[in-house]
Design a protein around this ligand. Structure first.
Ligand SMILES: Cc1cc2nc3c(=O)[nH]c(=O)nc-3n(C[C@H](O)[C@H](O)[C@H](O)COP(=O)(O)O)c2cc1C
Length: 147
């Protein structure tokens, strides 16, 4: 059974709710799902499929819980060797220049790590929507078809 690792970064809990929705959906599709708040570089080798679900905080920053993992990847450059990965980014378009910047940083580093980014990043805009279920489930439907 394919394992999907959801790496979750949240400050106020919204990205955590999205991770719960994703976990439930993907389990229902028959995947073995684990949700983590940290994933160090030397743990990447054990990952089959990686789904990063992160909000953006500060001025375009990665949530504090997720930052040590990101910095460790930056330092050690672990290889994903074409393993499938995807990113769901929560943000607020009122932040214009830094809209969903944490998600963008993950898309960039995953590309550097040679991950197979099978879909575009999903952006969830807090200034437009309060309920993300429809967007999240649509995106996941297409993501899981590519696994
Ligand atoms: C202090 C603070 C700073 C934020 N900075 C950004 C930002 O730079 N870019 C962005 O797109 N969203 C920003 N946001 C919006 C959050 O990313 C958005 O509300 C998200 O849904 C929060 O998810 P969370 O509850 O999982 O942390 C910020 C929100 C707060 C409260």
């Amino acid at each position: 059974m394919t394992k999907i690792t959801i790496l979750n970064g949240s400050v106020y809990g919204k990205a955590m709710e999205v991770a719960d929705t994703a976990e439930e959906f993907l389990q229902g599709e028959g995947f073995n799902v684990e949700v983590k708040e940290a994933l160090l570089a030397d743990e990447i080798a054990d990952v089959d499929v990686l789904l990063v679900i992160t909000s953006t905080t500060g001025a375009g920053e990665i949530p504090a819980t997720l930052l040590p993992s990101f910095l460790d990847w930056q330092k050690k450059n672990p290889q994903m060797e074409q393993k499938i990965a995807g990113v769901i980014a929560l943000g607020d378009s009122n932040y214009e220049d830094t809209y969903c910047a944490a998600g963008e940083q993950f898309m960039e580093i995953l590309a550097d790590m040679d991950a197979n980014l099978v879909t575009e990043m999903l952006r969830l805009d807090a200034s437009v929507l309060t309920d993300y279920d429809t967007e999240v489930l649509d995106w996941l439907e297409s993501f899981k078809d590519k696994i």
